[in-house]
Write a protein that binds this ligand. Structure first.
Ligand code: AKG
Length: 278
């Protein structure tokens, strides 16, 4: 992989995140990088996401009224979304933070429908470890904001510093959950007592950003989101990556949930998305 230690002034592939951003990620568990993608790129990705959410297959999870809320494995189904996973703005910071080449363990489109269901408190690594056999809590949940997300349209909520806890041991799969056959089938929800303890010790933050921004979050951070009772759309894409020396060792779930392809991702050029719009 690229030598990320070279002097910034002489290497155009120097570390993409500044020291302060890396420190914020390590300390809090996440960092937001604003205004990465242009309005044209956001429009291209939004159109791709809406098309993919229209798929009839089991990779699409739905609200009780049938409206699609999630599609796992988005990059397997669309060239524009596959290209996104190889965009340098995604790949280079992830390689920098993880100190190794990366692969995509899971991707998903998350459309928070008006009055759609909550996402209960969980750690993405909880499922990746317990179900997919990813050995260590090393990986990043990258969110691509395709809408402005503010306090009013059900932003992501997260416990800062909770990545230091490692795997939260009291998480469980709730078979009585209304969306058990769909979205929460593999999700280890964190119990109320554990959540109260974590919030007591670490607090709870809201993550807002404008369309075109990126979030890099340690995949061990405890997070969730509430119902979107606003009329405003909230469309996010997620690309969850692991370093190539931390790959899943069990294959109980289909590939759209958990990677089979562990080859290191080489970044494309910065215009790779916009070229697809032409
Ligand atoms: O976008 C959200 O509100 C949370 C999504 C999430 O954490 C998940 O799908 O696992």
């Amino acid at each position: 992989m690229t030598d990320h230690t070279t002097d910034e002034a002489t290497d155009e592939r120097a570390d993409p995140l500044r020291d302060g951003q890396v420190a914020e990620y390590r300390d809090r568990g996440w960092v937001v990088v604003p205004d990465v993608f242009s309005p044209a790129e956001v429009e291209l990705l939004g159109a791709a996401a809406i098309e993919v959410l229209d798929r009839p297959g089991p990779e699409v999870g739905r609200e009780a009224d049938g409206a699609p809320s999630i599609c796992w494995g988005m990059h397997l189904f669309d060239e524009r979304l596959a290209t996104l996973t190889r965009h340098p703005a995604i790949v280079e910071p992830a390689r920098q933070l993880l100190g190794n080449d990366i692969f995509v363990h899971q991707s998903r489109i998350n459309m928070k429908q008006p009055n759609g269901s909550i996402v209960a408190w969980h750690q993405d690594f909880g499922t990746y470890h317990r179900v997919d056999g990813v050995p260590e809590p090393r990986g990043i949940m990258i969110a691509v904001f395709l809408d402005d997300v503010t306090a009013v349209n059900a932003p992501l909520l997260a416990v800062p510093g909770s990545h230091r806890e490692g795997l939260v041991s009291t998480a469980w799969i709730d078979p009585s959950s209304t969306d058990h056959e769909q979205v929460s089938k593999y999700r280890y929800d964190i119990t109320d007592d554990t959540m109260a303890d974590l919030v007591d010790r670490y607090g709870l933050d809201v993550i807002t950003a404008s369309a075109g921004s990126l979030l890099f979050m340690d995949m061990t951070v405890v997070h969730g989101s509430s119902v979107n009772i606003s009329p405003l759309r909230r469309l996010l894409l997620y690309i969850n990556v692991c370093p190539v020396d931390n790959r899943g060792e069990r294959y109980e779930r289909p590939e759209y949930y958990a990677a089979r392809d562990f080859s290191p991702i080489e970044p494309l050029d910065p215009d790779c998305l916009i070229r697809l719009a032409a």
